[in-house]
Write a protein that binds this ligand. Structure first.
Ligand SMILES: [Zn+2]
Length: 343
């Protein structure tokens, strides 16, 4: 549901709930046309905590300052002589503060330093390091909560598409530090020789196929029709048109699921998760797909399967890190969906 932006800029915003593995909830602000809400009330660049006066004097900011004073720590408490233990304790508090900041000002674009901290990565991809979400990630990382640190960066990447290098670093760190967790088993190797097109045709297509099989099995055609009437009819029509034009039998018997786009598959999964939670169908298989896994699917879709994305013209735009990640994420989700069949 759209509500008025909480900075008071006057625009209606859709706050999309994103839950972190530790239970923290971030609200991503979207405009009604599904572009990110780059709030005019929030500064794009912020240095030394100097904010425009409308923010500085706002109740929200005053409240933040008060909380900061209560928690009693700022990033200036960190010095080069801080021991590991001191650093850990400071970051535990900074994490709480950063969560509050992300809650009060949920903008993935605020605090982007665009001057000296802007690192030119390969292929001209800019890395904007200090946003609220990347700082949140750094806090999580320092206190050893790597899954949460990755979540923050995936959310940032969704908007600015410049975090794959860092996400990959964290994935590898997780693999080293927590070698026995399921997700760590997957190779996140950067030296893939595959091109983006090849990755789409193999790994991503395999993932798409797996998700369609999953829906075929657990989301009946009756339910499909009842819950997504419009989409169902659209597919019906397109099947008919295609079949009329077709002079070979291949594809003629494709079912409705086969005609779903990757995006619609994810849409149905999210819809089903919400429905099951609402109806308290708690043993539904859809609830065994975690927020993190949904976010990874989202990430794959946004980066590698988006029909209207920019990669059509320049297919090699993705850096090696993004390619490594999409391979690892696809494999991980496929494995999870396979495992679910055997529970
Ligand atoms: Zn706003």
């Amino acid at each position: 549901m759209a509500i008025s932006c909480r900075t008071g800029c006057g625009q209606d915003v859709l706050y999309e709930m994103e839950s972190f593995p530790d239970g923290f909830i971030y609200y991503m602000p979207w405009n009604l046309d599904r572009t990110i809400h780059n709030c005019q009330n929030l500064p794009e660049n912020e240095t030394n905590d100097e904010l425009p006066s409308n923010i500085e004097n706002s109740t929200i900011w005053q409240e933040y300052r008060q909380l900061e004073a209560e928690i009693g720590v700022t990033s200036y408490d960190l010095t080069f002589d801080s021991s590991e233990t001191e650093k850990f304790e400071i970051f535990k508090k900074l994490l709480v503060l950063q969560q509050i900041k992300c809650t009060l000002f949920p903008s993935p674009l605020m605090y982007g330093y665009v001057t000296s901290d802007m690192v030119d990565l390969q292929d001209g991809v800019k890395e904007v390091w200090w946003t609220h979400l990347t700082t949140l990630s750094e806090c999580y990382e320092t206190v050893g909560m790597l899954d949460c640190a990755i979540t923050a960066l995936i959310l940032q990447d969704k908007i600015t598409h410049n975090q794959s290098k860092r996400i990959l670093e964290l994935e590898n760190k997780k693999k080293q530090e927590q070698p026995n967790t399921t997700n760590s088993k997957y190779e996140v190797s950067i030296d893939t020789k595959l091109t983006v097109m090849q990755i789409r045709d193999t790994h991503v297509r395999e993932l798409e196929k797996k998700i369609k099989d999953f829906l075929r099995k657990h989301y009946s055609i009756e339910k499909f029709r009842a819950e997504n009437d419009e989409l169902f009819l659209q597919i019906d029509e397109s099947r008919e048109t295609k079949n009329e034009r077709r002079d070979v039998a291949i594809g003629k018997f494709d079912d409705h699921y086969e005609h779903l786009t990757f995006g619609s598959c994810i849409f149905i999964i999210n819809q089903e998760v919400t429905r099951c939670k609402k109806k308290k169908e708690l043993d539904s298989i859809f609830l065994k797909i975690s927020s993190q896994q949904k976010r990874e699917m989202d990430w794959v879709r946004d980066n590698f399967r988006n029909e209207i994305d920019h990669t059509v013209e320049n297919v090699e735009e993705f850096d090696a890190c993004a390619k490594a990640l999409v391979i690892a994420y696809s494999a991980r989700i496929i494995k999870h969906l396979n495992d679910l069949e055997h529970i």
